[in-house]
Design a protein around this ligand. Sequence first.
Ligand SMILES: [Zn+2]
Length: 221
Amino acid sequence: MSDRVLVLLSGGIDSAVALWLIRRETPASEVYTLTIDYYRRSRGEDECAARLSAKAGVSSHIKISLPFLRELEDQPPERGIHYRSVGFPPVFIPVRNLVFYSCAAHIAFSINANKIVVGHNGEDVGRFPDVGAGFIERFNGLLRESLPGYRLTLEAPLLPYSKREVVQLAFSLGVPLEDTWSCWGTGTIHCGRCEGCQTRRKVFRELGIEDPTPYERINTA
Ligand SMILES: [Zn+2]
């Protein structure tokens, strides 16, 4: 019997690379994708997740909606003061990964998957409090306690890589970069001005890879 894998797919470059990587490394695996929708998540990212799943030929693209989950910028102003002052980005979702991983674990059990793959890169560690090898190890410990006798582990294969290395990997794996999303806005095309768009443009430029992304407006200043 082949393994069944559940990939948490946002529609961003990192999770797309994780999906392509798992397809290459375990070609016999049956792959499912899970996209978690939340408050004011961009439609463009959602469409990318669907297109990536189709192009990767996954067995099923599962989508769930948790509309109560809000990014820091969508929290009441008084709730976010501390986290903004210590430099957390506006896209930080309080307790995001415990919620996402737990939902993925529940779904993995119901489809009989024994591996969950997530796409955090090494630069996410330190930037967000709930990312990293130690966090994942502790979550896997909780998973063993929660589902005694059921073999299920969560893995983050891109933790050793920087954002730049992940984009390089995307290019070499043949990930359809035109179907990935980086914008922090809520629209259907990249705004070209937010930090997500600026990082995307910078990394493509530095690597000498043609950026296939249509941008609404580019800040040339
Ligand atoms: Zn943007």
